[in-house]
Design a protein around this ligand. Structure first.
Ligand code: MN3
Length: 238
């Protein structure tokens, strides 16, 4: 996220808090700011770490191409698609929630921009394990972290072709695991079987792992669990 976007988001949240003094603590604490266009265009967010920081789990070349070519391409094509349309003035989350299956340019490129922005935030060289409220939610919904991990990995392994595996929160607060094809995601409530708020996403397109893992998607998925930024995932909980 560029500084200007960040400042804009921050001031909107501050104004919202002033106007709604009774808003609950958990709502104000959730740091899940919307992805906003600036002057009608979205931008490629910087990574919080160097390309080689996730090695040996994700190699530097993959990160460089994935961020600088694939993600940048989605941003550029999304901006072409929303130019001079009402979507240029609303958050990406709102646009994705409202799209239909025929809005292919926004579906593929808006989904691509959202999914990769979330993915980078979900990664950290430090890794770790879930704690606190997130850990207890995983225990309630899946019977523990190990069961969650198995089910999430199964969703990622069994996604045929290109797509994503997700840990999501539904409207009633429960956590669930799902998988979507291509660049679809759980925000696209008109398109997906299980809509929800994505907390954690794993990119299982071959471009995410093929240089290092070739056809060994299962090894890439196992490695992913060593570099999850659980603190960032936690902050997305409502
Ligand atoms: Mn990708």
């Amino acid at each position: 996220m560029k500084k200007r976007e960040f400042i804009k988001t921050g001031s909107v949240l501050t104004l919202g808090a002033l106007l709604a003094p009774n808003i609950s603590c958990s709502q104000t604490a959730a740091s899940n700011p919307p992805i906003l266009p600036v002057s009608g265009a979205f931008s490629l967010p910087d990574l919080a770490f160097n390309f080689d920081a996730l090695e040996p789990h994700i190699d530097a070349k993959t990160m460089e191409i994935h961020h600088g070519k694939h993600h940048a391409g989605y941003v550029s094509k999304l901006n072409d698609a929303i130019k001079d349309s009402p979507l240029a003035n609303q958050s990406l989350e709102e646009s994705l929630a409202g799209i239909s299956e025929n809005d292919l340019a926004v579906r593929n490129n808006g989904g691509g921009h959202y999914n990769h922005t979330l993915f980078w935030q979900n990664l950290s060289p430090a890794g770790g394990l879930p704690e606190g409220k997130l850990l207890s939610s995983l225990e309630t919904s899946f019977g523990g972290y190990d069961n969650f991990k198995t089910q999430f990995a199964d969703a990622a392994k069994s996604r045929f072709g290109s797509g994503w595996a997700w840990l999501c929160q539904s409207g009633d607060g429960a956590l669930f695991i799902s998988s979507t094809p291509n660049q679809d995601n759980p925000l696209m409530k008109g398109l997906v079987e299980n809509p929800g708020n994505p907390l954690l996403g794993l990119d299982v397109w071959e471009h995410a792992y093929y240089l290092n893992y070739q056809n060994r998607r299962a090894d890439y998925i196992e490695s992913f669990f060593s570099i999850i930024n659980w603190s960032a995932v936690s902050k997305r909980l409502n």
